[in-house]
Design a protein around this ligand. Structure first.
Ligand SMILES: [Zn+2]
Length: 115
């Protein structure tokens, strides 16, 4: 498989944080991690560990849970599940912490609202 299609690891080895890429040419940090910069096409990127915390940027409700975009403290937006399912608390700007969920099908990106 050409490197372009290489599937990159999403989580750190301990599973606690997300990985991203930072382009050595244009400097843009991006998620998911990539072998080719999505902005300038450069093929040299550094692996970076993303912030664990952020704020809800947008959300919608699925049947059993909420899903949405979270803007992490380092400015990168990540899409994931948002818990608990509490329509009265969930709002744009609510602080959340990455809490990956282990399932039979693998690890899922999940954010939990801070108390
Ligand atoms: Zn770039």
């Amino acid at each position: 498989m050409p490197e372009f299609f290489e599937r990159k690891q999403l989580f750190t080895d301990d599973g606690g944080q997300l990985l991203g890429s930072q382009c050595k040419q244009c400097g843009v940090r991006q998620f998911p991690p990539t072998a080719i910069c999505r902005y300038c096409g450069h093929d040299e990127l550094d692996e970076i560990v993303l912030a664990k915390t952020g704020k809800v940027k947008a959300f919608s409700f699925d049947r059993q849970f909420a899903i949405g975009d979270v803007e992490l403290l380092d400015g990168i937006t990540v899409f994931g599940r948002i818990e608990p399912l509490d329509p009265e608390r969930l709002a744009v700007g609510v602080p959340v912490t990455l809490t990956p969920l282990e399932t039979e099908d693998g690890r899922i990106i999940r954010f939990v609202m801070d108390d």
